[in-house]
Design a protein around this ligand. Structure first.
Ligand code: HEC
Length: 176
């Protein structure tokens, strides 16, 4: 092999070694600080209703949405299929066979809004409008008589809803 081709091979090896050794960062992900500026990462709603978006919806509207977008996994009556039951079983927590559904177990109705908006349907999170989420909450809550089926659920009256298990939780570290 000639001197020239030896030299070329050495050069090639060196350059490839160099490109592997250099710190190569894939352009994946975003800085947490940048993400937290996006509205879809700032969704937390407090029990008092802080951060609830303006909007409203009825159980009747929610019923149709539920059949279209939720029933496939949660069952046509919301009593569970491949995914958790959401309605029913209120008052069973102290029974031999307690069943934790949203309506039997969750302490705050505002959590329902927060949860649905950020994660449901599970195959299309963030896809529902605020009005649609209020309507779905109205449907789910009205199925167990937690709210009146005629109520126009909105950002002002959702925090006022009292869930059946509201007082069923105890603090591990009670305030002194
Ligand atoms: C493709 C299936 C699928 C669809 C469609 C779907 N969900 Fe879910 N849902 C799930 C699964 C799976 C979970 C459990 C997730 C977990 O525990 O991490 C869940 C959990 C939930 C929970 C919390 C239940 C609990 O007790 O923890 C709520 C509330 C909920 N879904 C509401 C809805 C609503 C409202 C819709 C329609 C807009 C919907 N889901 C559509 C699969 C689905």
């Amino acid at each position: 092999m000639s001197m020239v081709s030896n030299y070329l091979i050495a050069l090639l090896l060196l350059s490839s070694t160099y490109s592997y050794a250099a710190p190569v960062h894939q352009p994946l992900g975003k800085l947490a600080a940048e993400l937290s500026q996006q509205s879809q990462w700032n969704l937390s709603i407090s029990p008092s209703g802080e951060n609830l978006p303006i909007g409203s919806g009825t159980a009747e509207q929610g019923k149709q949405l539920f059949a279209l977008k939720c029933a496939v996994c949660h069952g046509p009556e919301g009593i569970g299929a491949t995914a958790e039951p959401l309605m029913g079983e209120v008052g069973t927590l102290a029974d031999d066979y307690p069943e934790k559904t949203v309506n039997s177990y969750w302490p705050y109705a505002t959590t329902l809004f927060d949860y649905i908006r950020r994660s449901m349907p599970i195959n299309a999170p963030f896809s529902l409008s605020a009005d649609e989420v209020y309507a779905l909450c109205a449907y789910i809550l009205s199925r167990d008589g937690i709210i009146n089926a005629e109520l126009d659920l909105n950002n002002e009256n959702l925090p006022l809803v009292t869930m059946p298990n509201r007082d069923g939780f105890v603090a591990i570290y009670p305030e002194k």
